[in-house]
Ligand binder design. Structure first.
Ligand code: XMP
Length: 519
């Protein structure tokens, strides 16, 4: 927890909850997200947040078991803002009445401000806001008044100024709400009295002090993958404890072209960090022989990684901590919008089991940050741009982009094709910022062969599928509408330059129902 002033956001399962947090941090106020079951007057007394936000959510307040805030949280003297479901829940708990609306209000609506004070100080009298609700408040709780309305919502905004309680039926956190930032900033600064001093530079100082405190004289080991999260974690810890950090880079033979060289150049030569390399490509390839099932591949790679990492880590004296680049979205215990715990879609690759077996404590200095904040932190710590902007890459590497058996020859094909995709997108004259706009773009080797013709000869060779997606958080993704000229260049270079490929296809599936990776 930060020593700074903080806002507590209670997540009732809205798809926008993380967006609320991002908007608040953009205004330099620290905030944390907690699940409804943690909300209590005791928690507020302990943490003393400057304000409380109740998010939207898919439930209806009148459903049995609907998550509702305990009434005494509104008596703790801490300003509270309920958004959509959050407003209805607050309304219900304080004695108002919520009902299903005759007309669902979804999308853009015109917001008319009735009282240009409190949340609406300096806000335009009439502006567009974003609604998404089926229920609405029909009777206000005692002491509340309407402060704004829309065509379909008599109570688009409500307030009890004496008790510092506010409610919005619309979503101020989404970009479609024109005055959303202003409304949130009124809540933070005018109502909660925040100062807005949380910056990345202050985060670095605090994080370094925390690492010192946590680690003492001990040694830390970190699995460096070359991805942005582990790289930034390594830099931050290195700044705090220097040579008492040892990084282990496992070369599993499933990496992208140039990946290992880039790590060597950046961390060892440029930043003089202690990096050990475990060259285990043969071991991984051997254990993947004959395996075609995606889950089995993932499990084998995970198992081998843990074994290799453990052996390397044991060779370092006085290691007491295992550092990881865990980010905030992995930490938040969200209410699943689909109810119940989510099913395992893919076994993710991690260092699971190591801390317990080796009696290591975890050091996770990025666990309060979102991905784009980590990129900003990387910039501040001097991480080269090519690593900072690099697309995410799965732990099991190219193995999950080779459908069917992983062999040296098939690895060569997918690696060469992937490199062409990377270069062409980086250098795309159609849009020089394209690489940054895409979440990921890569090649997948399919387990089929097709007939083609080269010169006058019949060919019977492999197919590469090109996958490029846009996404905010990898939970959902759209296939990218790449320019036709770019697709053409990628296809023709792959077919001409990668021996063994005679066809390239483009994957036009979104997630859901597809996933980003093919396995
Ligand atoms: P899917 O394929 O599930 O992927 O839509 C979502 C995001 O996660 C990445 N991914 C992984 N990342 N270890 C990781 O660290 C893994 O095992 C793994 N599998 C998938 C994927 O690249 C995408 O960004």
């Amino acid at each position: 927890m930060s020593s700074h002033e903080s806002i507590l956001i209670v997540d009732y399962g809205s798809q926008y909850t993380q967006l609320i947090a991002r908007r608040i941090r953009d205004q330099h106020v620290f905030c944390q997200i907690v699940p409804p079951r943690r909300l209590s007057a005791d928690l507020l007394h302990q943490e003393r947040p400057k304000g409380l936000i109740l998010s939207g959510g898919p439930a209806s307040v009148y459903q049995p078991n609907a998550p509702l805030p305990p009434q005494d949280v509104f008596e703790a003297g801490i300003p509270a803002l309920g958004i959509c479901y959050g407003m209805q829940a607050m309304g219900r708990v304080l004695g108002g009445e919520v009902r299903r609306a005759n007309i669902r209000e979804y999308g853009k609506s015109i917001l008319n401000v009735l009282k240009a004070e409190g949340l609406f100080q300096g806000v335009k009298e009439s502006s567009v806001c974003w609604m998404s609700h089926g229920d609405h408040i029909v009777v206000l709780p005692e002491g509340f008044i309407a402060t704004a309305q829309s065509d379909n919502s008599r109570y688009a905004a409500i307030a009890n100024r004496r008790r510092h309680l506010y409610g919005l039926q619309f979503h101020p956190e989404v970009v479609h709400t024109e005055q959303g930032d202003k409304i949130l900033s009124n809540f933070l600064f005018n109502i909660c009295g925040c100062h807005g001093k949380w910056t990345m530079a202050s985060f670095v100082d605090e994080a370094i002090a925390r690492i010192h405190e946590q680690v003492g004289d001990a040694h830390v080991v970190l699995g460096l993958s070359g991805g942005v999260d582990s790289s930034v974690a390594a830099l931050l810890i290195h700044r705090a404890i220097g040579k008492r950090l040892t990084c282990i880079f496992v070369d599993n033979g499933l990496l992208r072209q140039g990946e290992r060289e880039q790590v060597q150049k950046t961390f060892e030569r440029h930043l003089s960090m202690d990096v050990r390399y475990a060259d285990e490509d043969q071991r991984f390839l051997e254990s993947l022989k004959g395996i075609t099932d995606p889950e089995q591949k993932r499990k084998i790679i995970g198992r081998e990684f843990v074994a290799v990492f453990e052996t390397e880590a044991k060779a370092i004296p006085n290691v007491q901590f295992l550092a990881q680049g865990t980010l905030y979205p992995d930490v938040i215990e969200s209410v699943s919008a689909w109810g119940g715990p989510s099913a395992t879609i893919k076994t993710h690759h991690n260092v699971g089991g190591i801390p317990e077996r080796m009696h290591l404590k975890l050091l996770e200095p990025l666990r309060d940050l979102f991905k784009d904040e980590v990129r900003e932190l990387g910039k501040l710590l001097g991480l080269p741009e090519e690593i900072r902007i690099r697309h995410p890459f799965p732990g099991p590497g190219l193995a999950v982009r080779i459908l069917g058996e992983v062999t040296p020859e098939r690895l060569r094909i997918v690696r060469e094709a992937d490199f062409i995709v990377h270069c062409e997108i980086m250098q795309s004259p159609e849009d020089p910022t394209l690489y940054r706009k895409l979440w990921q773009a890569f090649a997948v080797l399919l387990p089929v062969k097709t007939v083609g013709v080269m010169g006058d000869e019949r060919t019977y060779e492999h197919v590469i599928a090109l996958r490029a997606v846009t996404s905010l958080d990898a939970m959902t993704a759209d296939w990218a509408k790449l320019p036709a000229e770019l697709l053409e260049r990628i296809s023709s270079r792959i077919i001409n330059e990668v021996k063994g490929v005679n066809r390239v296809v483009y994957d036009i599936s979104s997630k859901p129902p597809a996933t980003i990776e093919w396995e």
